[in-house]
Ligand binder design. Sequence first.
Ligand code: BES
Ligand code: ZN
Ligand code: ZN
Length: 502
Amino acid sequence: MKTEVTGVNFNEVQAEVLIVGTFKHPENTQYWSELVSFYGASLEKWVKSGDISTDRKKLTKLPALQDGKLQRIFFVGLGDRKSLTEDDLREIFGMVGKELVASKSTNISIWLDSFTNEDIEIEDATYLAAEGIGMGLYQVPHFKTTSNANDYYLDNIELLTTSDEKEILSFFNLGQVYAEAVNEARTLVNMPSNVLTATKMAEYAKELAETYDFEYEELGKAEMEELGMGAILAVNQGSTEEPRLIVMKYRANDDWSDVIGLVGKGVTYDTGGYSIKSKDGLVGMKGDMGGAAAVLGAMRIIGETSPSKNVIAVIAATDNMISGNAFKPDDVITSLSGKTIEILNTDAEGRLVLADAVTYAKQQGANYIVDVATLTGGVIVALGKDKTGALTNNETFFETFLEASVETGEFVWRLPLTEKDKKRIRKSDVADLNNSPGRDGHMIFGGGFVGEFVDNTPWIHLDIAGTSESSVSHDLGPKGGTGSMVRTLATLVERMSMESEE
Ligand code: BES
Ligand code: ZN
Ligand code: ZN
């Protein structure tokens, strides 16, 4: 894809489609009169009559009246100029991206200045255009032999603005990097588990590590047995597929003493094990590696942007299957940390694989930890499908994280984790912990269980069971994997890297 910046001269537009932000009273937008003289006076008439809608999120497509390359203008309704927020604008650009796919437009021109207001400066609008359109362009990969869907690509983007070319390009490129990482994560989530096995996920990670020069390590079953990773091994016990613990290190500096750990649940398929899911509950469980996808997506952004903060990524990849070898309720297992666990429910497997992954991250030097996982149906009951649930043991760390999530527009809501909750996680007649204290408020027990393995390390738990996939098409993309938390994790690392520079 080629991107270039030109001034605001409508007569010289080279694209097939021109995209114009249209606030209420567009006549107050600088250069609007130039657009009117280029397009014709009917433009003003149509805005007044409502044939061109200025309502927020309303798109009006009109043919270009002149002979030439330009075929169409998309008037993108932005509504009231004052109240437009960055989150609105990201979604609006997402809609534009989806419309470009639907109309198979390959050469586009975006009049960036028309999307700014008092709060949204040209740099932000540029970034959001790239990020929003990039996410909106995403198409779910498929295995249909009779369809030629997904044969569409955007070739050329022309950016119309009076601002500095170099600056505009760098903001646009950054937005593209974020969108592409989200889209890669979406594809991982959308892949069926017979294609994306733990071994395949590790191959993907290895390639990522090679591209960005990350240190890479991969532990298989034999290495896990040697180290005593009894928790992830128990989950893998019923499977014919080997598990993988995937480890990537991004070294921002020689000193490996200040390290943020990103830990992802990579359950490639969750049958529930002997605590088997219902036949309806099984469908969709190929997406139980959304946490791993979030970490891999964030690492891609980190590789592209090189923040000055050390990062270790640890992903626990396995499926959760049934066979004569599978682990069972009543089993007692010993985790890498040495803590013993009484299994009460084999469907509470995510917390088990995360226990060993978090312990390994700590052993490898992580002194901040964020774990991200499609951990509980409970979070969906509590918060719905558009909010990620969080737990933490550190207010300051969580504040920084929350600021990052506000910046990316990914809604996160914190739930409490009390001493009484911890007591219930530690209640067992035969072991140090139990993996399923009950169904009441069980998002807290799931995350709280992982917390037992971080001790005093500043820690945030993210339950993305609701947000990792969407059951409907939305402004920023189609039905399926959403790439939840990719952007927020990368933004968190970016913010922490700025803090440590200060
Ligand atoms: N992978 C599931 C959680 C999940 C549910 C993800 C729905 C996406 C959509 C997890 O491993 C699980 O089965 N959790 C159980 C925990 C229970 C056994 C304590 C649940 O949420 O019911
Ligand atoms: Zn489960
Ligand atoms: Zn699961």
